[in-house]
Ligand binder design. Structure first.
Ligand SMILES: [Zn+2]
Length: 326
């Protein structure tokens, strides 16, 4: 059982709340509201382009007439598009509040502050043609008792939208069900993980070594030249034979940047990312830790440290070398 009442909301199991909620059953939430624009060819064309729907009955009058229609028709699934309130109406502080807003307020009061659409059933009675002017009204069919779901405890709210034409005839209906729920109690956010390195056969040794806190450098088995980042072939002698040597862990800052943005949640910011040149001569890109960004300097001596980021990822990082005793 994960149910928990923190005392800040009414007891939603209580009869009074249930009664207030059920006054909405059967009630009209939104009176019939005409679409901003009549059905028109440009919007149909934009829609079919976006959907990749190449059926010519939507765009070619002759092709539409060949199917027995009077001319082009609108895709049935555009019905919602015609009656959308539009951005301005949605954000306007002067937007008139209606029954829908009142129902949402009451659900919020009960703690059902989250919403997810669960299903939508359409019935289409006739095809719309350019010049038709649609209106929509919405009423509540039912509000379910409280149910426990994987998302949280909530109620299924089913409404019926009725779409009519300029003659008041119904052209489509839409039964629209949403789950209004309290987010599951005590959600445990997943800890943000560092991005995974792309490990392959050439560089797996590097990350395997890191898991054992050993900083390995690839070394040509033929000419002994060291190389990093790892690769299959020696850039000096083209040999495919290689081995590794373990780095001493000493180096200096060759170059660096201070990263402020974007802020990946697995990192602390500001994040100092440096190119460190190892005493052995190869360079690697690494985080600098234990130093404020303004104190980092080119050529600053640094030493290896290890970051056990998570059970699957250990990475080398560097920090300023301790000042040597005189
Ligand atoms: Zn070589």
């Amino acid at each position: 059982m994960t149910g928990r009442d923190d005392g800040t909301r009414p007891e939603t199991g209580d009869a009074k709340y249930e009664e207030r909620l059920q006054t909405f059953a059967g009630r009209e939430l939104r009176a019939s509201t005409p679409a901003q624009d009549p059905v028109n060819q440009p919007m149909i064309r934009h829609w079919t382009e976006a959907m990749g729907d190449t059926n010519p009955v939507y765009t070619d009058a002759e092709a539409a007439r060949a199917t027995g229609r009077g001319g082009v028709v609108a895709p049935a699934s555009m019905i919602q598009a015609w009656t959308m309130r539009g951005y301005a109406a949605t954000v306007s502080p002067q937007a008139a509040r209606d029954g829908f807003d009142e129902l949402v307020d009451l659900l919020d009061e009960g703690g059902y502050t989250s919403v997810v659409a669960t299903d939508s059933e359409f019935t289409f009675l006739r095809e719309l043609e350019p010049g038709d002017h649609v209106a929509v009204r919405e009423s509540v069919e039912s509000i379910s008792p409280e149910k426990r779901t994987g998302l949280g405890t909530g109620r299924f709210v089913t409404t019926l939208k009725t779409y009519t034409d300029q003659h008041g005839e119904t052209v489509a209906t839409q039964r629209w069900r949403t789950l209004r729920f309290r987010p599951a109690d005590d959600p445990k956010p997943e800890p943000a993980l560092r991005p995974r390195p792309a490990v392959n056969r050439d560089n797996a040794f590097f990350f395997d070594g890191a898991k054992q806190h050993r900083l390995l450098i690839q070394c040509c088995a033929a000419c002994s030249v060291l190389r990093h980042p790892p690769g299959p072939c020696c850039p000096e002698c083209n040999s495919l034979e290689w081995d590794t040597v373990e780095a001493s862990g000493r180096g200096h800052v060759y170059s660096y940047v201070v990263n402020h943005h974007p802020r990946h949640p697995a990192f602390d910011f500001p994040l100092v990312v440096a190119v460190v040149e190892l005493a052995e001569g190869t360079r690697l890109i690494t985080d600098l830790t234990g130093v404020a960004p303004e104190d980092v300097a080119i050529d600053m001596p640094v030493v290896l440290d290890w970051l056990d980021a998570d059970p699957d990822l250990t990475l080398p990082v560097f920090r300023p070398a301790p000042t040597e005793a005189p």
